[in-house]
Write a protein that binds this ligand. Sequence first.
Ligand SMILES: Nc1nc2c(ncn2[C@@H]2O[C@H](COP(=O)(O)OP(=O)(O)OP(=O)(O)O)[C@@H](O)[C@H]2O)c(=O)[nH]1
Ligand SMILES: C=C(OP(=O)(O)O)C(=O)O
Length: 224
Amino acid sequence: MVFPTSTAPPSWCLVVPVKLLAHAKTRLAGLAGARRAELALAFAADTITAALRCPRVVEVIAVSDDPRARELLTGLGATVVPDEPDAGLNPALAHGAAVASERRPACGVAALSADLPALRPDELARALDAAAGHRRAFVPDAAGVGTTLLAAAPRAPLEPAFGGRSRDRHRHQGAYELVLPGIDSVRRDVDTEADLAAALALGVGARTAAVLAELGGSPRPAEP
Ligand SMILES: Nc1nc2c(ncn2[C@@H]2O[C@H](COP(=O)(O)OP(=O)(O)OP(=O)(O)O)[C@@H](O)[C@H]2O)c(=O)[nH]1
Ligand SMILES: C=C(OP(=O)(O)O)C(=O)O
């Protein structure tokens, strides 16, 4: 997207939900065994590292009660807030969005899945730039069933409806569906071993690559 020279591109505050690692990525238990929590944390860390490198992103707010996640993600530069009201994914996202709006009232707020280990900052910028023209907009996941990014303009309510077939839910709510070329890494969430193979083909971040290497694979890290 081209912005007039006198106008800065819109800035965004991202909200990234990270549930207790012991309960995360259960569909990867066969692959990761006892390292499943480690792998879930690596996904979140790579997602947030890429998000923080995106020039449109001024702050990443991780919503998590997991002590290991809180420590690592704070060290990466995220702002970490408690998982309130402790009522599941969408209430956690609404809480993070409220914190984001209070801290950054001039910014758009976008919820981003924590399981995007191949995420690239330039592709995230492309998606956020496309979202900027809309009150609410979303990116469907690679399978076309769920959602990986839900964005709201400054002062617009986020109204997250993630979980299961959230693509249909967000569409029926009236959020604009972003259908764009060149955002594969934003859409590539990883729930299953097949998803992970697809993410590896795109190139995963360093922390995911390291955990997979310890598990015996030979992943291809993403370009910096
Ligand atoms: N803070 C917070 N994040 C959540 C909660 N539930 C899910 N998430 C996050 O939402 C995203 C999607 O999570 P799910 O699909 O429910 O679970 P998952 O751990 O990815 O995978 P499965 O165990 O295979 O279902 C991930 O980033 C999770 O960390 C919650 O109650 N609180
Ligand atoms: C929560 C979601 O993702 P998943 O369950 O696929 O991780 C979603 O797509 O709304």
